[in-house]
Design a protein around this ligand. Structure first.
Ligand SMILES: [Zn+2]
Length: 454
């Protein structure tokens, strides 16, 4: 073995000595287990030659750096040379970056059809099949981590587990359950006859509908019970729902606070869908961790977000798709009108929030537009006020901070997962190059590689 790891050496030296016999039975078992594990899975060492490295710890690029990967983690990032005979991935003509993170996706959703009849035709299995395909597309686009903020109960949890098991390819998933809604709200099935129902879990109102603080506490706890990482609550009306207004609050401050406190008590973060001005402010004051959309945020809302350290996750690309493509595939007129009200305003307010220095994390509402196009949002973020490094850090280090995974992902540093992408041109000169990622590695495993040399 060329690179013995330290614990293995220690264990071997101690094995069979008198000292070993003095140890408690439990410790012996632990050590034997660790020997067996280390021998069965000696981690493979790989070296990436990075011509240009944007590691997302600063806004700067470093030249000619070697990233050493041991197993699924980064061991070192330094200006060294790999030893002779080592496994080398030559990206010396590329810009290497951390795997990208999208904090707002719906992997179970499709954007190629908007006719509402599908809400009654699809089974939960259908959505799970879509999610498997969409997860792969997302990973191959360079997004090695996503937060899924709204799907059938508990599709995102199962998808996360199946990907983690290595059974199917996909990004790391921070999973929510269904977005929690009031009766008649953004997450409900509205404006059909009262005898129309689509319910998987009637006793639990699909783990989705809550109308007061106690019901919210129950739904949050029930979602935690079934394995969600994060809670999603619908604090105002929405664009792609029927019969509700994006600007109108859909929970009171007290209700939002009950949900936020319950989530935090369970060690979970909570994200609030909020377009309307009042709902945004209520959500920030209630202690919610991120405001999704934030379309009608006003100056006071921006000030509050800054004061509370609340992240804004503003999906400023998808307006393009909703207005130009979705109508061709059945999007009802009501939703088109709502998007016209909200889209332009959201971009203006994004610009104000960037200027004010509010924390921003990259999130696109993938599923509203086709999965895999996530990186199209970078150009809009730059057009509306961010520098390219700012936009990239929103999708790497800042996103990792928001989702609570900063010790594992978001930068290229020793100890982090080897979640690494590369592009053939300079993304700091033109962020659009991130729309065509050439190389994708997640946890040391390569998923896309035009030029690997062994
Ligand atoms: Zn969404």
């Amino acid at each position: 073995m060329t690179n013995p790891i330290v614990p293995l050496k220690l264990n071997r030296n101690k094995k069979g000595t008198w000292f070993m016999k003095k140890l408690t039975g439990l410790l012996v078992i632990v050590i034997l287990h660790s020997i067996a594990f280390a021998q069965a899975a000696a981690p493979k060492t790989t070296y990436i030659l990075a011509g240009h490295l944007f590691d997302a710890t600063t806004d700067k690029v470093r030249e000619n750096v070697v990233i050493t990967i041991e197993g699924d983690r980064i061991k070192s990032v330094a200006a060294t040379q790999p030893p002779p005979g080592a496994t080398v991935i030559d990206l010396s003509h590329y810009t290497v970056l951390p795997g990208l993170i999208d904090c707002h996706t719906h992997l179970g959703s499709r954007a190629d059809r908007y006719n509402e009849i599908n809400r009654f035709k699809d089974t939960p299995f259908d959505e799970a099949f879509y999610a498997v395909v969409n997860a792969r597309k997302t990973l191959e686009a360079g997004f090695t981590t996503v937060r899924d903020v709204g799907s059938l109960p508990f599709l995102a949890v199962d998808l996360r587990n199946t990907i983690n098991e290595g059974y199917i390819p996909g990004p790391r998933i921070v999973a929510s359950g269904p977005g929690i809604s009031i009766t008649g709200g953004h997450g409900d099935l509205n404006n059909f006859s009262p005898q129309t129902r689509v319910q998987m879990f009637p006793d639990e109102r699909n783990f989705q509908i809550a109308d007061d603080a106690n019901q919210l506490r129950h739904v949050v706890r029930a979602q935690v019970k079934y394995g969600v990482d994060v809670i999603k609550i619908l604090a105002t009306g929405g664009v792609l729902s029927k019969g509700d207004s994006p600007g109108a609050p859909q929970f009171t401050f007290e209700e939002l606070k009950a949900a936020a406190d319950t989530a935090h008590m369970a060690g979970r973060k909570i994200a609030a869908h909020a377009h309307g001005t009042e709902g945004i402010k209520n959500a920030i004051l209630a202690g919610i961790d991120s405001i999704e959309h934030a379309s009608m945020i006003d100056d006071e809302g921006i000030r509050l977000a800054k004061e509370h350290g609340t992240y804004l996750v503003m999906d400023i690309y998808n307006d393009e798709y909703i207005l130009n493509e979705a109508p061709k595939v059945g999007l009802p007129q009501e939703n088109i009108e709502k998007e016209k009200m909200v889209g332009r305003l959201q971009r203006e307010n994004f610009q104000k929030a960037v200027k004010a220095g509010v924390k921003m994390a990259f999130g696109t509402d993938a599923g509203v537009y086709p999965h895999g196009d996530n990186a199209k949002q970078f150009a809009y973020m730059v057009k509306f006020g961010m520098t390219p490094p700012q936009a990239i850090r929103a999708a790497t280090s800042s996103a990792a901070d928001l989702i609570g995974r900063a010790s594992d992902v978001g930068t290229i540093e020793p100890g982090k997962y080897a979640d690494i992408i590369a592009v053939s041109q300079d993304p700091l000169a033109d962020v659009k190059v991130l729309e065509h990622v050439d190389f994708v590695m997640k946890g040391g495993t390569i998923y896309k590689d035009p030029r690997q040399k062994q």
